[in-house]
Design a protein around this ligand. Structure first.
Ligand code: GLN
Length: 197
């Protein structure tokens, strides 16, 4: 099992630490060759505009975009989620791979950061959601499964091979969402076909 963590900017090392904690080898992805033979990839929090600018300086953005369209499992947290959804208000558009609107900084600025207990579908007990300049998710399409909400808006959602959270599970010591991503998205019998796409 090889799970990539996009490592061009943001909280990639914390995601790598979480993967190590659950016994999965993280692969830091900085160039196109790092995308080879991945079983999934995490797009971390950070600054979505910076991700897109850095990825556009070589072919990494295009190749990653293609891999996700071809079925590579991906989990975007916060800035990573902004890249996966419809983001119309940023300087660069999102990839619109998940049919959900994302409003950058929709929960406010850095000083408005907060932690809230969340009920995650199928998970016992609460999960502490850490929200930092988090995007608001709005208007999920019919293909989207909403897996957790905060004040009636989605904060965790999935569509096909893609998972997104507006909060930061890597800033807690709770590894359940990393396990969830690996078990529900990355361990799939058809992965061999998807990887070669
Ligand atoms: N607000 C940031 C952005 O627009 C995301 C913040 C985060 O990832 N914590 O990219």
């Amino acid at each position: 099992m090889r799970i990539g963590v996009l490592a061009v900017q943001g909280s990639f090392s914390l995601h790598a630490r979480m993967l190590n904690a659950i016994g999965v080898k993280p692969v830091e992805v900085r160039r196109v060759s790092d995308l080879k033979d991945l079983d999934g990839i995490i797009l971390p929090g950070g600054e979505s505009t910076a991700f897109q600018i850095i990825m556009n300086t070589d072919d990494l953005g295009d190749q990653l975009h293609r891999k996700l369209q071809s079925g590579l499992p991906a989990w975007g947290t916060c800035a990573g989620a902004i890249i996966l959804g419809h983001n119309k208000d940023g300087p660069l558009p999102g990839w619109s791979l998940v049919d959900i609107e994302v409003v950058r900084n929709g929960y406010g600025r850095q000083v408005d950061s907060f932690v809230a207990p969340l009920k995650v579908s199928g998970m016992a007990g609460d999960f502490q959601g850490v929200f930092i300049r988090a995007p608001v998710f709005l208007n999920p399409g019919q293909e989207v499964d909403v897996l957790a909400e905060f004040k009636d808006d989605p904060v965790m959602a999935s569509q096909d091979n893609l998972l997104m959270t507006s909060f930061h599970p890597e800033l807690t010591s709770d590894t359940r969402l990393h396990e969830y991503f690996v078990q529900h998205f990355c361990v799939r019998s058809d992965l061999g076909d998807k990887k070669s796409a």
